[in-house]
Design a protein around this ligand. Structure first.
Ligand code: ZN
Length: 464
């Protein structure tokens, strides 16, 4: 990434200049006089030359970014960190950092001395925190997670679709990330790839986070709606510090927007190439029932479980479906079947429990197939149906007094912000996410509630 490199280089230059000017505190080192700083690349400083005594506390800083396939150990080796220190840092990081998130594009900065690593800083792309490791003894390191100071503001984004949702987002001043976050909110109830129409309107309240030296990034969506003709889908975030996800989106009837089944078993894009129903078979030329849908994606694309469940069948080399498997989504009456896989991930067998979104296979063209695609079937209470028409049930409901509280504390403020472009948005300079659905302190919520039509609270069982 040229940009992050440029940033990294700038950082090194700035640090070098700061060090030269004596601005940086040395680690256990009070000598920062001119000429003591070593450049890592270029002419090496003569070491151990007779009559030439190097100061012991010589330090320099360096930086790089994680490249594909690299581990933290690889990166530290690149900086020639002694292997016993690499081991110590690795052990420490595994217990203190979310190591899986240290990924391609992570900025790495090190401060090195003759004695090895003094400080390591890992700045993850688009993360509100950075990881820091400081050496506190010869082989002792201490890990810290620092919040990066940021300005977070709530922004309203809205628009109308004239060609694609993505383009509408660009026109509204958003970017691909904002569009992805928006699609995720409604992914279970609206199938954007096939159900989007020209003239549909969207609106959302989202956090925008500004950090020094970085492009602004989008935080959480607080409220969003999607309007198609007479139908409006509204989703408002309800925080729940106890949940793994930190909360969920709900509608005004208290139904969670997240459903027991995904609309499509992919995390990446795909193309619908075969519909459910009677058709002329692409290979045999015979007119017959197509009992699923075909979703084309490049060979090897991961396919995910549409919902939590148990693998009840797994087969290799079937003449029709090739390598395929079948998942029973326990307690919901739903089952799904996936065919033509090129391969399965390791460890999956009949009886294995899988989670929604877990990879269960890779796109291929085994069996009776003209090219790489997924053949996807769905069942409800034992009967086959069109997977495109399948909408799982909400994974959670808010009921009774809790629903009233949600409406007053989250839903109505969220809708007020969505529907009233005149309302001033919350903004603050602080580190971390904003409190959800927070209206300005001087905002007259009561007046807004009277002005905005009252939500219907009677029905709580209707499904989209
Ligand atoms: Zn098919």
């Amino acid at each position: 990434m040229p940009k992050s490199w440029r940033f990294a280089i700038t950082m090194v230059l700035m640090l070098s200049m700061a060090a030269a000017a004596g601005l940086l505190p040395g680690c256990g080192n009070k000598q920062q006089a001119d000429g003591e700083k070593k450049e890592r690349k270029g002419t090496p400083v003569p070491r151990g030359k007779p009559g030439f005594q190097l100061p012991e506390t010589l330090e320099f800083t360096d930086s790089t970014t994680f490249k594909p396939g690299q581990s933290l150990g690889d990166v530290l080796n690149e900086f020639e960190v002694p292997s016993n220190q690499v081991l110590a840092v690795n052990m420490l990081s595994q217990h203190n950092f979310d190591v899986r998130r240290i990924q391609v594009g992570t900025d790495v900065r090190v401060r090195m001395a003759d004695s090895g690593l003094v400080r390591l800083v890992l700045e993850l792309p688009r993360s509100p925190v950075r990881y820091r490791v400081d050496r506190t003894g010869p082989l002792k390191f201490q890990a810290y997670t620092d919040t990066i100071p940021a300005d977070t503001v709530q922004v309203r984004m809205n628009g109308e679709i004239s060609s694609t949702l993505y383009e509408a987002f660009m026109e509204a001043g958003g970017d691909a990330e904002a569009a992805m976050k928006y699609i995720e909110v409604f992914q279970f109830v609206h199938f954007f790839s096939t159900e989007t129409r020209v003239g549909d309107r969207f609106s959302m309240i989202i956090e925008k986070i500004f950090r020094e030296g970085q492009d602004p990034l989008y935080g959480s969506i607080l409220a969003a709606n999607y309007v198609q003709g007479e139908d409006t889908l509204t989703a408002v975030w309800r925080p729940d510090p106890k949940s793994e996800r930190g909360g969920e989106f709900f509608d005004e009837q208290g139904q969670c927007l997240r459903r027991s089944l995904l609309r499509a078993p992919f995390k990446t894009s795909f193309v619908l190439t075969g519909s459910y129903g009677m058709r002329v078979h692409p290979i045999t030329g015979r007119y017959r029932m197509h009992r699923g849908i075909d979703l084309a994606a490049p060979h090897g694309t991961p396919v995910v479980a549409a919902g939590d469940g148990v693998i009840t069948r797994k087969q290799y080399g079937d003449p029709g479906l090739g390598h395929w498997l079948h998942i029973k989504h326990s307690g919901t009456g739903f089952e799904t079947r996936y065919g033509h896989f090129s391969s399965f991930p390791r460890g999956l067998k009949v009886g294995t429990r899988v989670k929604q979104g877990q990879v269960v296979g890779f796109v291929g063209s085994t069996g009776h197939a003209t090219g790489p695609h997924l053949h996807y079937e769905a069942f409800r209470d034992g009967r086959r149906l069109d997977p495109l028409k399948l909408k799982g049930s909400p994974v959670e409901y808010i009921r009774d007094e809790k629903l009233e509280l949600f409406l007053v504390e989250n839903y109505i403020p969220g809708r007020v912000l969505l529907e009233n472009p005149g309302v001033r948005m919350w903004q603050d300079t602080f580190a971390g996410p904003l409190p959800p659905n927070r209206l300005p302190e001087d905002f007259d919520l009561k007046a807004a509630m009277v002005a905005s039509h009252q939500p219907e609270q009677e029905s709580s069982s209707s499904h989209f």
